[in-house]
Design a protein around this ligand. Sequence first.
Ligand code: ADP
Length: 466
Amino acid sequence: MSLRLRLTILYSALTGGILLVFGMLIFFLVSVLLVNQVDNILTAAAREVLGRVRFNTYGRLSLSEFLRSDLMAGVSVLLLNEQGEIEYDSTFILDPETPFETNNLQKRRQEFSSVYIEGFHLRVLNIPLKVGARQVGTLQLAYNTSNLSATRQALLQVIIIAALTSTLVAAAASWLSLDRALSPLAAVTETAMQITHADDLSRRIPLEGLANDEIGRLVAAFNETLERLERLFNSQQRFLADVSHELRTPLTVIKGNVALMRKIGVTDTDLLAGIEEESDRLTRLVVNLLLEAQAESGKLPLHFAALELDTLLLEVLNEMRVLARDRVRLRITEIDQVLVNGDRDRLEQVFINLISNAIKYTPAGGTVFIGLAKVGENARVIVRDTGVGISKKDLPHIFERFYRAEKSRSRAVDSGFGLGLSISQWIITHHGGRIEVNSVEGKGTTFLIYLPLLKAETASPAGQAA
Ligand code: ADP
């Protein structure tokens, strides 16, 4: 059963049910009030009559004076003797041969009852007449409630018809409004199916005309998911193309060098160096891919221990001097003694990645500044360069897997694979820290890493903040 049909049935059943319950309540309330009113009339009339009832020495019952019809307000009176025979009858209603009712004749208390005789609905008040302790007869007063019964009947019909009509109206209204409200969902389904069938992630569900309600937000969220999926899908495709290219280039060089050496029949050191360089590049690619896959599947183990970050950073800097040679200057701006809880090898990898990127993307004569300080409860590492910078377009994406800025993609020789920053970010966030970047194209780039200090290391925020 469709959601639309289910909701329509639910709404209309609720509307009809609620109306019916309220209608019934009103019906019973009105009935009770009407009966009460009639009972009051009967009680008032009984008072009038009781004052006039006489019991003579022959044991007969009679009334001392006539009953005035204005006082009786439509109430009929029967006086019955001990045997239940009629002694007096003022009835305007019935053929006066039988009592209004016989069930309560023997009762010793006055009783109200409702009876239906000869086509009339009567409300009857039965009052035992006593002389001393002896019951000498019964006074019966009756009020014709046939009109009231007809009114109640009509009320009941109105209630049932109103409940049925509103159920139908509610059903029609729900059916139509749900069609409007749920139609975007049909669009979502259709788009999802189209995407599946046509393998086309670029489709979006139009947001125009949709209210900012649950469905509008669902569609917006769905579009965002598609956007992300499309980006991811594109970057993976690009990555596959890149990896194939990256693999092919060094393999071609290696194969070419080997072929050349075979041809000339001697082992040439330059050709061997070329083979070694390309093999190193291949190894780097494979290692990075493996790391990325492990991080992605959550299987990259981190071995935490107390770690002197300043010592580690200085070690990395010494390694990096080889890479920088005389081309780029490496400067330390400040270096505090800092203890963190971290995985030495992984953090070393992060620093190598950031500093080698800084060197790589800084033209000859530029400078890379490195600093380590305590800031509040964190250690802050700054790697700033005076290099090519990152464009505004690329900046939001550089931590994405396989993302490489257009400029760096063309740098065939020492370009990376767009994996370093995404792995670095994974490592830093899994240390409870964060990594930030600021960059101005053509001026330079600054990477900031914040890592929580070891508890005993936490400096007073005012003291060390730089
Ligand atoms: P890669 O191995 O390609 O350098 P990364 O993940 O380390 O991959 O970096 C992603 C991209 O971010 C790089 O391709 C480059 O375009 C850009 N990038 C990173 N660091 C810098 C920097 N210091 N200066 C300019 N661009 C940078």
